[in-house]
Design a protein around this ligand. Structure first.
Ligand code: ZN
Length: 150
C-alpha cells in the first residue's frame, strides 16, 4: 500500500483507540506530507471537525493560502460531501481513499451515503428545506456591490 495511505490508515486506527471515529487524512504535495488530520468529533463541538477538513485547514494556515492546487488528499475513508466540497473549493487535484461510504454504512456511520443520496435529488425534495427570500426593493444588494466593485 502507498505510504501516504498507510499513514492515513494508521491515524484512523489511532483515533479509534482514542475514542474517535475511524477516519484519518494526509495532505501531500510533491511527495511530502504538508498536513494531517483525524476525525475530532469526540473532542470538539464542531460538526466540521472531520479528518480531511482539519488537514485542509492546517495546510491553508501553514501555507498562508486558501487554495491548494497540486495537493493530493489521502483519506482513510471516502470523503463526505462536506469534505469533498471543501477540497473542491481549495482546488485540490486528487483524492485517494481506502474504505468506501458503503463500508461506513456497514460500520454504523451512514450519514455520508445519506447526504450523497440527498444531493442527487431536486432541491425541493431534499431533507433540508431551502426557501428563497428575495431582497426587498430599495435594499442594498451585496451581490451587485460585489460585481460592481472596481
Ligand atoms: Zn467529511
Amino acid at each position: 500500500m502507498d505510504k501516504f495511505m498507510e499513514r492515513a490508515i494508521e491515524l484512523a486506527a489511532e483515533n479509534v483507540r482514542d475514542g474517535g471515529q475511524p477516519f484519518g487524512a494526509v495532505l501531500m504535495k510533491n511527495g511530502y506530507i504538508v498536513a494531517e488530520g483525524v476525525n475530532e468529533l469526540h473532542k470538539r463541538f464542531d460538526v466540521s471537525a472531520h479528518a480531511e477538513m482539519l488537514a485542509v485547514r492546517r495546510a491553508q494556515k501553514k501555507m498562508h493560502t486558501h487554495v491548494l492546487p497540486g495537493y493530493t488528499m489521502y483519506a482513510s475513508g471516502e470523503p463526505c460531501p462536506m469534505c469533498l466540497t471543501a477540497m473542491q473549493f481549495a482546488g485540490i487535484d486528487k483524492v485517494y481513499y481506502c474504505t468506501s461510504v458503503e463500508d461506513a454504512v456497514e460500520a454504523g456511520l451512514g450519514k455520508s451515503k445519506e447526504i450523497y443520496g440527498d444531493l442527487k435529488k431536486p432541491k425541493e425534495e431534499r431533507s433540508i428545506k431551502m426557501v428563497n427570500l428575495p431582497l426587498h426593493e430599495g435594499k442594498e444588494n451585496p451581490m451587485k456591490l460585489w460585481s460592481g466593485r472596481s
